[in-house]
Design a protein around this ligand. Structure first.
Ligand SMILES: Nc1ncnc2c1ncn2[C@@H]1O[C@H](COP(=O)(O)OP(=O)(O)OP(=O)(O)O)[C@@H](O)[C@H]1O
Ligand SMILES: [Mg+2]
Length: 376
């Protein structure tokens, strides 16, 4: 229409001006197309923003898992190009990709392709992709073509929590971001354990690598329920302990029997890491202090920490003591003036309760969420 009317007007006009106008009209048309694509590339139209800073969008909730052909995955990842490679993890290589509707995805290709257990794998993925919550990484679909095991997740824009907690990170996380991440991850786990329609899903590998964050430090728990596929790709061996050193609950390590309380234990360690900025297992520490709870109980703070716990559980709070104990543990890279003391005490208390040896004494994730969410 635009070009047609220009041609019409041109009958009595100057040729050079006409051409200029046509070029500028074309530019405008192209910029509309580019804008449209750019909007698409940031995610589904109409979907909620996952990150308010980069405007990355979540996939639509309530959709069925997509069964991808291998060629679609190749198209999305630019044929698994080096530029699209994000990292190599326990499951295999992770690539960034973009689907034809503009949704950004993380494509995980299992190291070992195997037709064995294909049916169970598909069934498991179908079930897990129905778990959808704002603090869980959505499993969008999968591809098993040619014996491959490829999982397609929504892409979370700011990496995993371990990267942000690392001593190598020149910009250590501030307290409000730590609090936000702890609460978000707790809510994701509460949903898996207690609110999911299909029943309780035990994550099995709760640790900072599997907690992804956006630029505005919203936490999304990833890789839930799939840990069992990482070692051998079959589900037969229920008593084989799967998990990561430092995070595995003692009763699970001893018996191989897993319940959601094993996740609660691992989450307690994540909380301790968020508070102290120290890894759950540190081989550079002396023997006997390598496991984070052991390091905590070795340090001076342990005495105060225990007192702090007693005061909390006996409801005879001595706030000064509790606050001192909590500050003893705090990552020295955090500016103390930015710390909400009440939030810190609550987090220390929650961590201590989660890592109790007896699983029946550990709180449920609902209780952990409630205690983390309480502010003065
Ligand atoms: N959905 C995602 N969005 C963005 N990046 C991701 C996503 N999933 C994984 N990654 C990136 O890829 C890296 C490797 O992930 P992967 O899950 O394969 O291994 P891991 O988390 O280190 O260990 P694990 O095998 O226990 O999951 C992560 O540290 C993260 O940086
Ligand atoms: Mg992971």
């Amino acid at each position: 229409m635009l070009l047609g009317s220009k041609l019409h007007q041109e009958a009595g006009g100057n040729e050079e001006a006409f051409l200029k106008d046509v070029v500028s009209d074309l530019d405008r048309c192209f910029s509309v197309v580019e804008n449209h694509e750019a909007k698409g590339a940031s995610g589904n139209q109409g979907a909620a923003p996952l990150c308010h800073l980069c405007n990355n969008k979540s996939p639509r909730f309530g959709t069925q898992p997509i069964v991808f052909s291998f060629s679609k995955i190749e198209e999305a990842t630019n044929k698994f190009s080096k530029e699209n490679l994000v990292a190599e993890g326990g499951f295999g290589f992770v690539y960034k990709g973009v689907l034809s509707d503009g949704q950004l995805v993380a494509v995980k290709q299992h190291k070992l392709a195997s037709r064995q257990g294909d049916r169970e794998f598909k069934a498991e993925v179908e079930v897990l992709s129905s778990a959808q919550h704002r603090n869980l990484v959505t499993l969008i679909g999968y591809c098993t073509e040619g014996g491959r095991r490829i999982l397609v997740y929504e892409f979370v824009c700011n990496g995993s929590l371990n990267k942000h907690l690392s001593r190598k990170n020149p910009k250590p996380l501030d307290w409000p971001s730590r609090q936000n991440i702890a609460l978000g991850a707790a809510r994701g786990l509460r949903y898996l354990h207690e609110e999911c329609r299909i029943g309780c899903i035990v994550h099995r590998d709760v640790r900072p690598n599997n907690i992804l964050v956006t630029h505005d430090f919203t936490a999304l728990v990833g890789d839930f329920g799939l840990a069992r596929w990482q070692a051998r790709g079959d589900t037969a061996e229920q008593t084989r302990v799967i998990g990561t050193i430092g995070y595995v609950a003692p009763e699970y390590a001893e018996t191989g029997q897993i319940t959601e309380k094993a996740d609660v234990y691992s989450f307690g360690l994540v909380l301790l890491e968020i508070i102290t900025g120290r890894p759950a297992f540190d081989s550079y520490q002396q023997p006997g202090q390598q496991h984070l709870p052991d390091w905590v109980s070795f340090s001076f703070s342990s005495l105060l920490l225990r007192l702090c716990l007693i005061t909390f559980t006996d409801c005879q709070a001595t706030p000064f003591l509790a606050a001192r104990a909590a500050h003893e543990l705090l990552d020295e890279r955090i500016d103390e003036s930015s710390v909400d003391e009440y939030e810190l005490i609550n987090m220390v208390t929650a961590a201590s309760l989660c890592i109790q040896k007896d699983p029946s004494k550990r709180p449920k994730m609902t209780q952990v969420c409630s205690s983390l969410a309480v502010t003065l």
